[in-house]
Design a protein around this ligand. Structure first.
Ligand code: SF4
Length: 89
């Protein structure tokens, strides 16, 4: 009888531990997803490029119609930032 109570207590403890671990893992996942992109200021993004051949619209990171894989926020196809990279042709 005493052994059964210990088993049940251990099982309850393991369930609580597992639930707590899932909650922590989910929180870390949300935090890392939210901070995956860099802020526009951090890469000196401008909405209108001063370099005619280097625009977000022909950058490898640009996502139509107005986003970027790397930089946060609304991105104009006419914009530019310091991590511009040519899109594959
Ligand atoms: S130049 Fe490229 S990396 Fe920079 S914001 Fe525009 S699309 Fe993103």
């Amino acid at each position: 009888m005493a052994i059964q109570k210990n088993d049940q207590a251990t099982r309850r403890f393991m369930l609580k531990l597992g639930t707590a671990s899932l909650v922590v893992a989910a929180g870390v996942g949300v935090a890392s997803t939210a901070s995956a992109k860099v802020p526009q200021k951090g890469v000196q993004y401008v909405a209108v490029s001063t370099k005619p051949k280097m625009k977000c619209g022909n950058c490898a990171n640009f996502v139509k119609p107005n986003a970027c894989k790397t930089v946060d926020g609304v991105i104009s196809p006419e914009g530019y930032c310091m991590i511009w990279a040519p899109a594959p042709k």
